[in-house]
Design a protein around this ligand. Structure first.
Ligand code: HEC
Length: 127
C-alpha cells in the first residue's frame, strides 16, 4: 500500500515486477542446469554393468554353487584324504536310485527327529 502511495508511476512498478520475475526465472533455470550437470556427472562416473560371456556366467554359477554348499546335500560323497568329498562324476545326482536306503529307526523319527543318511543325500523327517 505504501508503495502505491509513493511517487512511482504504475509503469515503473510494473517494470520492476517484470524485472524481478525475470531474475527469479533466470536464477531458477541456472539451479536446474546445475542439478542436471550433477546428474550427468554421476551417470558418467557410474561404472557400466559388465557383460559376461557364456563361459563367465557358467564359471560364476559354478563358483556360487561351490561356495554356498549345494554339493553338501545334492551330491553323493566318498571318503577322501580330508573326509567326505563329492564324487565329481556323480555331482548333483542326489541319492542313487539303485542303492537301498539304510534301515529306518521309526522310534527316533516319532520323537521328532529328522534323519539323514551318511552322505546327506537322503532326508526323512516329520514333514
Ligand atoms: C541342507 C541340505 C541342502 C543343501 C545345502 C541344498 N539343498 Fe537343495 N534340496 C535339499 C532337499 C532336502 C531338497 C528336497 C528334495 C525333495 O523334495 O525330495 C532340495 C531340493 C532342491 C531342488 C529341487 C529339486 C527338485 O527336483 O524339485 C533344487 C533345484 C535344489 N534343491 C537346489 C539347490 C541348490 C542350487 C543349492 C545350493 C545353493 C542347494 N539346493 C542346497 C537339500 C539341500
Amino acid at each position: 500500500m505504501k508503495l502505491l502511495k509513493s511517487n512511482l508511476s504504475p509503469q515503473t512498478i510494473a517494470t520492476h515486477i517484470c524485472m524481478f520475475a525475470l531474475m527469479v526465472y533466470i536464477l531458477n533455470s541456472c539451479e536446474e542446469k546445475k542439478e542436471k550437470n550433477i546428474e550427468k556427472d554421476f551417470i558418467a562416473q557410474t561404472p557400466k554393468a559388465k557383460k559376461f560371456s557364456k563361459k563367465e556366467y557358467e564359471d560364476r554359477g559354478k563358483y556360487l554353487v561351490e561356495i554356498i554348499g549345494c554339493h553338501d546335500c545334492h551330491s553323493p560323497k566318498k571318503i577322501g584324504a580330508k573326509g567326505p568329498e563329492a564324487i565329481s562324476e556323480l555331482a548333483f545326482s542326489g541319492y542313487q536310485a539303485n542303492k537301498n536306503l539304510p534301515e529306518l529307526n521309526k522310534e527316533t523319527l516319532e520323537k521328532g527327529w529328522m534323519l539323514m543318511n551318511s552322505d546327506l543325500t537322503a532326508f526323512i523327517g516329520p514333514w
